[in-house]
Design a binder for this molecule. Structure first.
Ligand code: M6R
Length: 612
């Protein structure tokens, strides 16, 4: 999510780190900071805002040294502010730490450290690390880090400097990427290749559970017990643009592939295997409050609206509270009924948190004093600031205009919200909750399985259908909500006319459009409505449509009625959307590619629609 760069050598570290960070700004840009060893002191400069703010600060207070590290941040814990920007320091300000990822057990560690007298200055999860290092430091920063890595839980790419060991930067990796770059009389550490490509093309990729120490002349990789590991040095052949996309030809494809990680991060620290607690950041709903609600309004635009539709089905199912879901541009001008504001809850969904219509709707309900919960990907965004409660999706920056990982993490946010509400209101017992939580925790692996099992097949399939003028998507219940998203994805990036219909509605008009050879994606993942869906598939098949069935593993019935089928891994019926969308995203991507479209920047569209 965030970008990290470190340098040890003979040159001035500041310009090298700043240049590297500029190459990584696409990974996060809400705050930035740097630590440089300058004549016996660890100098820190950090600020909320983009890198140019840090640059200005460094102009006012220049730092000079040949060992330094910096970060451009995408906040997950603690809003973007000077205090929350990295690096974070221990009590004596001798140890500086920069961290990408999420420390899941930071709350208990913070409590323990506070009891021992450590003072904290930020709301971040990261700040526990320098304090833990301080606690265990006995003159050897690698040894202290090894101890700390056995204590912290979660994901990380970490880089650490100690004032008393100025010749080195130490790093460690679990889940978040970290690499070392080899130079002559200088070495580098970074979260991503683009940051150091200007200086070296020889890199070492750290694996999970590995630590690295870089000095001017040496790069040493060890395991968590301190045993040396011999690593291969990879020559980088990518150009700078490919490197930004981690070698993928487009951000969209990179972001599709990031989904298992994004889903995992969004679940991290909020649920645990075998447990029944769901910790939704600071959001508290009491049973009395939920029972009194007359209605929940969910409001969003585009892809976020499609996630909201899934949210409606699930919240209604698990709580029996009526939910109305609305497109923000309609909602804001329709004077929604609110007699007593206490009877209503609004949930707004927005990846960017800056969409004008979503914000307008939020403000409309704010004026009516309705409590507002936001599901957003951007921690300091307008939506996040103006809502009462915020549930952050941890997708990381989404660069492609077509939303992929933002959508799947919004779904995951709704899954947790709906189950939590059902639990509070007393409609889900502990056993049911535990089963659902365990199924949620399997989703990252299953998402990876869906990508691995289907990508090649879908690429070929998309090429075959890419010359079609119209493609239909049909489904019922959750699969209807997914059909809408599948159609939107296809039209926005491939410009193929695509329509989604609730399968049971076809016979009321749209069936007239179905003729020989018209491709129809038939999504059939919902067991409760499966037989009805198969009848609808037969209706289109009888008009000689070409059926592309999308069903779950082991479903042979859908094969019988389809010309070709895509199968997704099995999960609980409530969670199929998050897996079934992946083949549809891949289909759109490869169809757009075949049609030579500008995949990441489709015509007439913008990533964030901040005007009406
Ligand atoms: O940033 P938001 O989630 O508020 O954006 C809403 C829509 O503009 C967005 O979901 C759009 O539909 C997608 N980029 C389509 O892929």
């Amino acid at each position: 999510m965030c970008g990290i760069v470190g340098y040890v050598g003979k040159q001035s570290a500041v310009p090298i780190v700043m240049k590297g960070l500029a190459k990584l700004e696409y990974r996060g840009y809400d705050s930035a900071g740097m630590a440089v060893w300058q004549k016996g002191d660890l100098k820190i400069e950090k600020t909320a805002g983009r890198l140019d703010r840090l640059e200005d600060k460094l102009k006012q207070n220049p730092i000079n040294g040949t060992v330094g590290m910096g970060q451009t941040r995408w906040a997950t814990h603690g809003r973007p502010s000077d205090a929350n920007a990295h690096p974070h320091l221990d009590s004596e300000e001798k140890i500086a730490v920069i961290h990408n990822g999420i420390i899941e057990n930071y709350m208990e560690l913070k409590e323990m450290l506070q009891k021992e007298g450590h003072e904290f200055h930020s709301q971040t999860d990261t700040e526990v690390i320098p304090h833990l290092l301080e606690k265990y430091y006995e003159g050897d920063i690698e040894k202290a880090l090894r101890k700390v890595l056995h204590i912290i839980e979660g994901s990380y790419a970490l880089v650490v400097m100690h004032e008393d060991e100025p010749e080195k930067i130490v790093g460690a990796r679990k889940d978040s990427p970290l690499i070392a770059g080899l130079g002559k009389g200088e070495n580098f550490i970074a979260s991503d290749i683009p940051a150091i490509l200007e200086y070296t093309r020889e890199i070492i990729v750290l694996n999970h559970g590995e630590m690295v120490t870089i000095t001017e002349d040496d790069v040493t990789v060890t395991d968590l017990e301190g045993r040396r590991i011999e690593k291969d040095v990879y020559p980088v052949t990518w150009n700078a643009e490919a490197a930004e996309k981690s070698g993928y030809p487009h951000f969209m494809l990179k972001e599709i592939h990031e989904q298992p990680r994004a889903i995992k991060d969004t679940l991290a620290g909020r649920i645990e295997k075998g447990k029944t607690d769901i910790v939704l950041d600071e959001i508290e709903f009491s049973a009395d409050y939920l029972k009194k609600l007359k209605k929940i309004y969910i409001v969003a635009c585009g892809t976020a609206f499609h996630a909201a539709m899934v949210g409606k089905y699930l919240i209604e199912h698990f709580t029996r509270i009526p939910v109305e879901v609305d497109i923000a541009s309609e909602f804001r001008y329709r004077d929604p009924i609110v007699d007593d504001p206490e009877d209503y809850l609004m949930i707004v969904v927005s990846q960017s948190g800056e969409t004008a219509d979503t914000l307008g709707s939020l403000r409309e309900m704010n004026r009516k004093d309705v409590r507002i919960m936001a599901i957003t990907n951007v921690i300091g965004s307008s939506v996040a600031r103006e809502a009462d409660d915020v549930l952050l999706t941890r997708a990381g920056p989404e660069i492609a205009v077509a939303s992929t990982k933002a959508y799947t993490t919004q779904l995951v946010a709704f899954y947790m919200t709906a189950i939590k509400m059902g639990q509070i209101i007393g409609r889900l017992d502990n056993n049911e909750t535990r089963d659902l939580i365990d199924a949620l925790l399997d989703l990252p692996l299953l998402a990876q399985k869906v990508i691995d099992a289907n990508e090649n097949k879908i690429e070929k399939m998309a090429k075959r259908y890419s010359s079609k003028d119209d493609i239909f998507f049909i489904g019922r219940h959750l699969d209807y909500a997914l059909a809408l998203e599948g159609a939107l994805k296809l039209k926005e990036i491939s410009y193929i006319h695509a329509e989604a219909y609730a399968a049971g509605e076809l016979k009321h008009g749209t069936l007239a459009l179905i003729e020989k050879g018209v491709p129809v994606f038939a999504i059939a993942t919902q067991p409760d409505i499966y037989a009805k869906m198969i009848s609808n598939v037969q209706e289109v098949k009888a008009r000689e449509a070409t059926i592309i069935g999308l069903g779950t593993e082991g479903d042979q019935e859908i094969d019988k009625h389809s010309d070709e089928t895509i199968h997704i891994a099995k999960t609980q019926k409530y969670f199929t959307t998050v897996l079934a969308v992946i083949p549809l995203q891949l289909f759109s991507y490869y169809a757009a590619l075949e049609r030579d479209c500008d995949v990441d920047k489709p015509r007439n569209l913008a990533k964030s629609v901040t005007v009406e």
